[in-house]
Each structure stands twice: as C-alpha cells, then as structure tokens.
Design a protein around this ligand. Structure first.
Ligand SMILES: [Zn+2]
Ligand SMILES: [Zn+2]
Length: 325
C-alpha cells in the first residue's frame, strides 16, 4: 500500500497535478488607514512558499493570519530564533509582485525591509524604475536593491517583467504573465498567475477603459476569455475603491461596483454568454471612509450583490482571511 501511494505521489508530481491556490489577505483596503492596505500572499496549496501580490501591508497581515490559524499547514522549525511572524515573513515569502509604485502597494515591503531576506521583486519596467529611482535610493530609504543609486545592499533583485511574457517565480512553482493597465494614465499591472495549468488573475489599481480612454482591461479580457471557457480560471482579484456614486471625473483610475458590472459585459464578450456564472471574484482595494455612519465596505458589497448581472461569486476578504480556489 505504501509503495502504491508513493508511486501515485511520484506520478502526480511528475504530471504536475493541480492542487489549487491559497490566497491570504495581508491588507484588504485601498489606503487611508495604515496597517491594512493592499497586500496578498498566494501559493500553490501543494507547496509551502508564497509570493506577495503587492505589499502595502505585510507584517500585520501575517500576524492576523496566524491568529486565525491560516498558516496551519506550514512547517516552522522548533529551533528557529525567529517568531512565527518573522519566520513566515523571512522564509516563506519568496518574492514580491508589485502592480505599480504607489505607496499603498509598497509601504509594507519598504518598512519591513530591514528584517527581510534576499528576495526577488517582480514588476513591469515602470514599476521597477519607480522603486529604483524614487524609493530605494538612500533618500526615501536605503538602497536594498541590486541596482540604482549609491551603495547597493543587494537584498532585493529586480526582475523586470515584459508584457505578455511568462516568467517563473523563483522559489515557487508558480508562473506569472503581466499585462499593462491604465490607472489614471499611470501604468499598473494585471498579473496572470499559473499553477499547473490553473490560473488566477490579480488586477492592480485600474480605471474603466472608457474613462481612461484605454484598451488595457479589454486586452486582459481577451486573454481571460478562453481560460474561463475552458474552466481554467480559478478566480479574479479586482478592485472596487469607491461605491457607484463616485463621478467618473473623480475616479482617478479606480473602479466602482457599477463599472465592474460594465467591464464584465466586455469580459463576457470573450468568454461566452452566461460563462461568468459562478466565477470567483475577489474584491480588493476598498477605500475606507472616515465619515460618521459611512461604511464603504458594506456599501460596495451591497451594490455588487444587488446588481450582479453576470451572477459571479463575490468575496470580500478581510485581513488575515484565507481563501482557496
Ligand atoms: Zn492603490
Ligand atoms: Zn495606485
């Protein structure tokens, strides 16, 4: 029996048997309150190592997920000098995928970099340039990179991604393909992650194509369409920063429930009528309100659920939550 099991295991690892994705929310919000902004961890469930999808918040998110027992399957050596938070941060996160250089997507990475280990930072050229020239430059922060101004501490290796080109993510068996998005005329990124023939699409900040005068979202939908048809797309992570009362001129490169529904109309054009039913859609980057009696998360949730034209399955994960697809 044991022999049979190990033979089966060997075969399944050779053919790359898909075990699915785990997504842990490090930070669920799109700014305003520090300690819970734009950051996720993703891994192949059959593996121990994660990559981060943006890094607005890192350490408080790991702490929260530990409290909720959401790293339970990971092996942490008993004799390590590091706390569980420290060990997961240093050893289990193998790299960072950064969608764009805005502060709310990098602040956790920067502030915890003094305790980090050698890792890769992946991004499009524009993102890497921002990190290199404006962040890790000894003026805003010491140069922890392998390129750029002054003495290079060489902790982070910049991995410049090329649009539509697939790349292996070191230390994991995930692969990524990036696509360019328009975020108030600034470049942002959709990362298409692949895990043994299964996919997950992570959108950084993005405005509606019509408002941005862009084809960015539509170009990504052309890629996702066939994957939805073949039932290979496990989930989409996309932002809804504001509720639908926000005027188009005040969106500044963000989406609302109304616009998500509009954009799904375009997606359905490429995936086929009725094909979005039950598609897992994770809402990110909700901008909290500081007004009395104004709960932006509840408002956005209500709007999306009440006007769910394509019958997708929405998720609104909070910090520390784990989702599996
Ligand atoms: Zn943002
Ligand atoms: Zn942004």
């Amino acid at each position: 029996m044991k022999k049979l099991l190990s033979a089966l295991f060997l075969i399944s690892s050779l053919v790359g048997y898909a075990k699915g994705f785990q997504v842990i929310t490090l930070g669920s919000d799109g700014g305003v309150i520090d300690g819970n902004i734009s950051g996720y961890l993703i891994r192949d469930k059959g593996e121990e190592n994660f990559v981060a999808l943006d890094a607005g918040t890192v350490i408080p998110g790991i702490k929260s997920a530990l409290e909720k027992n959401n790293f339970s399957g990971l092996s942490i050596p008993k004799d390590t000098e590091w706390s569980d938070t420290g060990y997961i941060f240093r050893e289990k996160i193998k790299g960072y995928l950064i969608s764009h250089g805005h502060l709310d997507h990098i602040s956790g990475l920067v502030i915890s970099s003094t305790e980090d280990t050698k890792k890769d930072i992946y991004g499009l050229k524009s993102t890497i340039e921002t990190l290199k020239n404006n962040v890790f430059n000894w003026k805003l922060w010491p140069n922890f990179g392998n390129e750029g101004e002054g003495f290079k501490l060489n902790q982070y290796t910049y991995q410049e991604l090329k649009i539509s080109e697939i790349k292996n993510l070191n230390g994991t068996n995930l692969k990524v393909t990036p696509f360019s998005l328009s975020h108030s005329n600034y470049e942002s990124t959709m990362f298409l992650l692949e895990n043994n023939g299964e996919y997950l699409a992570y959108y950084g900040d993005v405005g509606p194509d019509q408002v941005e005068n862009s084809k960015g979202l539509e170009e990504t939908f052309k890629v996702l369409g066939p994957l939805i048809k073949e039932k290979k797309l496990k989930a989409i992570m996309i932002e809804s920063s504001f509720d639908s009362s926000k005027e188009d001129k005040s969106l500044f490169g963000h989406l609302t429930p109304k616009w998500i529904d509009e954009e799904f109309k375009v997606l359905e054009k490429y995936s086929g009528e009725g094909s979005l039913k039950g598609l897992n859609v994770i809402i990110t980057h909700i901008k909290p309100s500081l007004k009395k009696n104004d709960n932006m998360r509840e408002k956005i949730k209500k709007e999306l659920l009440e006007n769910n034209t394509y019958d997708v399955k929405y998720y609104f994960p909070v910090q520390g939550e784990s989702l599996e697809f």
